[in-house]
Design a protein. Structure first.
Length: 577
């Protein structure tokens, strides 16, 4: 077997060997997430939080059988408090197929309007004779976005924007944002530029200022919380989607991956939201490099590893609207996803030193005064960096497309966002997905039904669309290396793909246009970008130790990733990164 297949075969064989679902008369044992396995092995009397599935009656009976307390109820699951021995007992209980840790969740931290061409989407395009070819301007009006975060505080830039508030933080019913991250995210999505007039020119409003917001607080004043609180927040959004006309949900948060997305409770909640008709935009995570600067591969966080999420990485625009100097942000998490080996992120967007709203007295304002840019108490502005900000940019762009095309499907939305993006050669698919979002190109693609892929002018520079579309379940990379994972669609086939999403193939790299330059590029370079130049091998293999030309070692996401480095705040990355 080739080494990559051998490694995957060994991993699968290990999983099968550790399974005890009655094979050969062995005792039943549920599958445990990696954090629970580690906790179980410690044999400690301390308690951890365990997510179990089932009806309320089933879970109550289970808790009684094992003498454990229920810490939180959710729609079809609950959190139990268990010590190591009780975790073993729960694993042996035939009522449990999967047990997951209630992992701690953390946030991932006006050039954006122009560099994404959002300003052109809002302005629209006049037509020719009799208005032919006209494209109306949109600002997100009629679309509601749920911001699932640390809360949203009052700020004049958000006046009359928030139409509902709820807190799912365990033991804290307040919906106020005492951290500052959620309000910063809200300002990127929907802030009004009039509030900053006379205060600063660095904030020109949100990407979609017509959007209404729903404040779903799931993280505490320190920017952290429990997975179960986030799940409860997502469930609330699903239950109230019609009442508030919620079309999109922003999740600028996550935790390290500890189990496959098919069993991960947070990923499953994202799937439910997507199936309910809500577009879920998620940050990829900020595990792109370790403390010593070494690049990390395979650092996508949960729920960014969900195939149902639109996962967003970050680029550094260098403070200009032109795309000629854009590079991948070094902190932005790269694929492949752990367990599935799927290509993520889906797209990338500006995430470095993004100016948005600051809340006086918040955790961020008190602890990071160096990020303050302008304004005083009640009307302050600060810059932050991270894939959190990138996800908010894409959420707002999606809202613009939703207003312009009220009946656009989730599949069509992803097609428009991906195919209109600009491929990032330095990041490749594993770093940059389909590329850096261009909302004006996506707007034109949606208007034409993918009948053409045209270049657009962004920051005064003619910018080609990548024409890249993919849904990867974990085999696309292998298929590309073997020569049958690439599908080039003619301009006659593309409109069919738009009308019938099933025409596109999952686990294949779909390229629009017979002359698409990526169709002539070696798979190694397309998949890995700059990483492909760090090794003489034709394939970068999971688990390999490779070095860049300067001798810097590449770290894989589950090998030496430093705890506590998921959050990137402004100047913790330099302007050159």
């Amino acid at each position: 077997l080739p080494r990559s297949r051998f490694l995957r075969f060994v991993a699968i064989a290990a999983l099968i060997a550790g399974s005890t679902f009655g094979v050969g008369g062995e005792r039943h044992r549920a599958s445990l997430s990696s954090d629970l396995l580690s906790f179980e092995g410690r044999r400690t009397a301390a308690h951890t939080r365990v997510i179990v599935r089932g009806s309320r009656a089933q879970i109550q009976a289970m808790a009684a059988r094992h003498g454990v307390a229920v810490a939180r109820w959710m729609d079809d699951s609950a959190v139990l408090l268990a010590n190591s021995r009780q975790v073993s007992d729960l694993a042996a209980d035939s009522a449990n197929r999967v047990l997951s840790g209630d992992a701690p969740v953390a946030t991932f931290m006006d050039v954006s309007n122009k560099s994404t061409a959002a300003d052109q989407v809002r302005a629209g395009q006049s037509g020719l004779l009799l208005g032919l070819g006209a494209i109306s301007g949109v600002n997100g009006s009629g679309v509601t976005v749920a911001v699932v975060d640390t809360g949203i505080a009052y700020h004049p830039a958000l006046y009359q924007k928030v139409i509902a508030n709820v807190s799912m933080v365990t033991g804290d019913p307040s919906t106020a944002d005492r951290h500052g991250h959620g309000t910063h995210i809200a300002g990127i999505i929907a802030g009004n530029s009039s509030a900053s007039s006379g205060t600063t020119t660095l904030y020109r409003g949100g990407i979609a200022p017509g959007v209404k917001l729903v404040n779903v607080r799931v993280l505490g004043s320190d920017g952290t919380g429990w997975t179960s609180d986030v799940i409860a927040g997502i469930e609330w959004v699903i239950e109230n989607r019609d009442k508030y006309k919620i079309r999109a949900m922003n999740l600028s948060l996550g935790h390290p991956v500890t189990e496959p997305s098919t069993t991960d409770p947070l990923c499953q909640a994202v799937m439910k939201a997507t199936m309910a008709g809500i577009t879920v935009i998620v940050s990829a995570g900020n595990a792109g490099k370790a403390d010593d600067g070494s690049p990390i591969l395979g650092g996508i966080s949960s729920p960014g590893n969900s195939p149902y999420a639109i996962t967003v990485g970050a680029i550094n625009t260098k403070g200009t609207a032109s795309r000629s100097d854009d590079v991948m942000a070094t902190y932005s998490s790269r694929g492949p996803t752990k367990f599935e080996y799927a290509v993520k992120p889906d797209v990338v967007a500006p995430g470095n030193k993004i100016t948005s709203l600051e809340i006086y007295g918040s955790y961020l304002q008190r602890n990071y005064p160096q990020f303050h840019l302008a304004g005083k108490a009640g009307n302050g502005y600060m810059h932050l960096s991270g894939t959190s900000m990138s996800a908010a940019v894409v959420t707002a762009g999606a809202a613009l497309l939703m207003q312009a095309h009220p009946n656009i499907t989730a599949t069509q939305l992803k097609i428009a966002l991906q195919s209109g993006s600009t491929y990032m050669a330095d990041g490749g698919l594993m770093g940059g997905g389909a590329g850096s979002v261009n909302f004006w190109a996506s707007r034109k693609i949606a208007s034409s039904g993918l009948t053409n892929i045209l270049s657009t002018v962004v920051g005064g520079v003619l910018t080609p669309a990548s024409g890249v579309i993919f849904w990867d379940q974990g085999t696309m990379t292998t298929r590309l290396y073997r020569g049958y994972g690439l599908r080039v669609l003619s301009l006659l086939e593309a409109p069919i793909a738009w009308l019938t999403g099933g025409y596109l193939q999952s686990d294949e790299l779909n390229l629009i246009g017979l002359t698409n330059p990526l169709s002539q590029t070696h798979p190694n370079e397309v998949i890995w970008g700059d990483v492909s130049r760090w090794t003489a091998d034709q394939e970068v293999i999971w688990g390999d130790t490779i070095e860049n030309p300067e001798g810097q070692e590449v770290i894989w996401g589950d090998s030496r990733q430093i705890e506590g480095e998921e959050v990137i705040w402004g100047d913790s990355v330099s302007a050159d990164e």
